[in-house]
Ligand binder design. Structure first.
Ligand code: ZN
Length: 283
């Protein structure tokens, strides 16, 4: 999956530190990222020295091994500089799915998560004063009421609903992503993740489920999520699809599942796990 960048190691500890000339600087505008797409080399993001910035123009994000990643601060105030600079242009953040090396995809996605959080917390939600960067940990602090605001992470579930040798595959209605999906949805206030599984499956396809088992999780910074993957079994197989959410919902036989690229998403990893490990799904 995207976060699996071994042997590289992701260090998310906050450091009040300055960039070096070869630190990567991420810059975002809406859902676009400043980059170059080079034939044969893939996506390239600018280094600090490429952008003619001063050290106070960027804020530290995280490290991968000993490489530091920063965010251009003016994006937080202005939502980006759409003109680009230094031969770099703003491209849809989905280009990161094809970024090479793979850790650039994970870094860019995680940087985008932090960008959205910084941008949306420029003012204190408690007293409405302008917030400041906190220098002791990754947080924003309100100088007026001392409210400390930490990054927001939204838990959501991905659900593989199985029925003997079949798994429920869906397609979303009215979204850019047209590939195979599993049932998915945000955890609501007061719910356990297992409650969310039961509620989302009932809402989207009208099925009761049993034997809910946790599978794996995935940080998904494109939408500020922590995705929690579960498998469960349908108590019957009569689907009542929510046509506002989905354009298709079908139980697909294990032998009819094609090949999904499991190097990126939890969804694809779960579909391929069902296909390749029938021993984990006794009938
Ligand atoms: Zn305040």
């Amino acid at each position: 999956m995207i976060q699996d960048i071994a042997p590289e190691i992701f260090h998310n500890e906050y450091e009040n530190t300055e960039p070096s000339s070869d630190s990567i600087v991420f810059s975002f505008c809406n859902r676009k990222i400043l980059c170059k797409i080079e034939e044969g080399r893939g996506v390239i993001c600018p280094r600090f020295s490429d952008l003619g910035l001063k050290k106070e123009d960027v804020i530290f994000l995280f490290k991968i091994d000993d490489r530091s990643f920063f965010l251009k601060k003016s994006d937080i105030e202005n939502d980006g500089d759409i003109d680009g600079s230094g031969g770099f242009t703003y491209e849809d953040i989905r280009v990161l799915r094809n970024a090479y090396p793979k850790d650039l995809c994970f870094a860019g996605m995680t940087a985008y998560h932090l960008f959205v959080w910084y941008r949306d917390n420029r003012f204190c939600g408690r007293c409405a004063a302008k917030t400041e960067y906190y220098d002791k940990e990754r947080a924003m602090i309100c100088p007026s009421c001392k409210n400390i605001i930490y990054p927001k992470i939204c838990p959501a579930v991905i659900v593989g609903v199985t029925c003997k040798d079949r798994i429920l595959m869906t397609r979303y209605a009215g979204r850019a992503y047209k590939g195979n999906a599993l049932i998915a949805g945000f955890c609501e206030i007061g719910e356990t993740a297992e409650d969310t599984v039961r509620r989302e499956v009932m809402e989207e396809v009208g099925l009761k489920v049993k034997n809910i088992r946790y599978f794996a999780s995935q940080p998904w910074g494109f939408d500020s999520n922590l995705l929690l993957g579960f498998f469960c079994e349908a108590e019957d197989s009569e689907i009542k699809m929510d046509e506002n959410e989905l354009s298709q919902a079908l139980f697909i036989k294990r032998s009819d599942i094609g090949s999904e690229a499991k190097n990126l998403s939890l969804t694809a990893t779960m579909i391929m796990h069902f296909k390749e490990h029938p021993e984990d799904f006794p009938m």
